[in-house]
Design a protein around this ligand. Structure first.
Ligand code: NIG
Ligand code: FE
Length: 393
């Protein structure tokens, strides 16, 4: 297998505690890649010989961002809803129905093209792993095809038939829960690794969420939960009860919720782009971190509550608005996302990990928060690597 040494990395974030925590930063470093895996990490001067050599000319390198929460299978957009929100109309789960109608009308090819566009947009901003949910189909046929489309792009696919109750079931929610836990789950499960439920007023209550997550687990899917996004509620409690990999949003987490997350070892995935785009209060990241909760950062990229694909924006918001340190935010956007997806070979750069390198046109990872809105991060495309040269820093 071909080996490539990426050397003269000015600052390398490894997230490997062997190099000092939490980010395991090495200076004047090199990474040797064999096929699609990291083979060696260390000082440039000690790098072993390889078939090819790429000089990174002092650029900063970090593990590719792990965007562990995104809703990319949809059609249409809701720019007008956003504009109305900026004039004072509050965000509500009801807008999801608009996207459901457009998504049901779209062909598989159109849905796949939209996902491809967004995944490429993410890679241009440094993301190398993305989780993709269904949830804008809400029929057995449309949820299953959404997951089949998502699987073309990632192994991290999530069945979210329990996003909201579709209009045609508004008078018989129990029948919709029976569909989600029965025929829809059976058809969707072969295309998914995860099951998710929007546990919120206006979506699914605690008992319905428990029923749906238990059925998903029985079908071999692992639970994660949209929890406490729009107000206080039982979502985090349910996520802890079922030992979900992650409770996502946590915008309205009580002190008891924070303690429960810490005790249960459930990752709190914070999505500050949502608070930015819905003009809502940010979650209390400091309380979570100080309680010892593992925090991940993700985009929640979707056409309603947050239409950004940018992990660097989320890092900048986490630092500026949630008082996470730059180190904490970068860890949460990389290794934290890996923890939220229970993957130990992404979000870190050490021998055996996936060779997912994000290169900055900057000398330090600090620039991710220091230069908000500036496109300094890009995922390194291993396939075209020999033509690769970093932009000047
Ligand atoms: O994570 N909370 C539920 N789902 C999405 C929003 C979906 C939408 O508004 O279309 C979220 O914010
Ligand atoms: Fe979401």
């Amino acid at each position: 297998m071909t080996t490539v040494v990426f050397d003269r990395i000015g600052e390398l974030v490894t997230n490997d505690l062997a190099h000092g925590g939490p980010l395991g930063v090495l200076r004047d470093a090199a990474v040797v890649v064999e096929g699609d895996r990291v083979a060696w990490v260390g000082p440039s001067a000690q790098a072993p010989a390889a078939d090819d050599r790429i000089d990174l000319e002092g650029a900063a390198v970090l593990p590719g961002f792990v965007d562990s929460h995104a809703h990319l299978v949809f059609a249409g957009d809701r720019a007008e809803e956003f504009a109305a929100r900026m004039e004072g109309r509050p965000y509500s789960a009801g807008g999801i129905a608009t996207t459901v109608a457009a998504t049901r009308e779209a062909t598989d090819e159109a849905l796949a093209a939209n996902v491809a566009r967004l995944v490429a947009e993410m890679a241009r901003q440094g993301t190398t792993t993305v989780e993709i949910k269904s949830g804008y189909g809400l029929t057995t046929y449309d949820e299953t095809r959404a997951l089949a489309v998502a699987r073309q792009f990632t192994e991290e696919t999530t069945f979210l038939g329990a996003h909201v109750v579709p209009r045609e079931y508004a008078e018989d929610v129990a029948a919709y829960v029976a569909l989600v836990t029965g025929p829809m789950l059976e058809a969707a499960a072969p295309h998914a690794r995860w099951i998710d439920v929007f546990c919120e007023r206006g979506a699914f209550d605690a008992d319905q969420a428990r029923t749906i997550l238990a059925a998903g687990r029985a079908a071999g899917l692992l639970p994660r939960v949209h929890a406490n996004q729009l107000g206080p509620g039982p979502g985090i409690t349910v996520a802890c009860e079922v030992a979900a990999a992650s409770a996502d949003h946590c915008t309205f987490a009580s002190a008891e919720d924070v303690a429960n997350l810490a005790d249960a070892g459930v990752v709190a995935t914070l999505l500050p782009g949502v608070e930015f785009s819905t003009r809502s209060p940010y979650p209390d990241a400091r309380a979570l971190l100080e309680a010892g909760v593992t925090v991940a950062l993700a985009t929640d990229c979707n056409p309603g509550s947050c239409y950004t694909s940018s992990m660097p924006l989320c890092i900048a918001l986490a630092v500026r608005e949630m008082r996470m340190s730059p180190d904490e935010a970068v860890w949460s956007a990389t290794a934290g996302g890996g923890a939220a997806l229970r993957l130990d070979d992404v979000g870190r750069l050490q021998a055996g990990a996936r060779a997912d390198l994000t290169v900055l046109a900057a000398p330090s990872y600090l620039h991710l928060a220091y230069r908000p809105g500036v496109p300094i991060a890009a995922a390194l495309d291993l396939d075209s690597v020999t033509g690769y040269r970093p932009d000047s820093s």
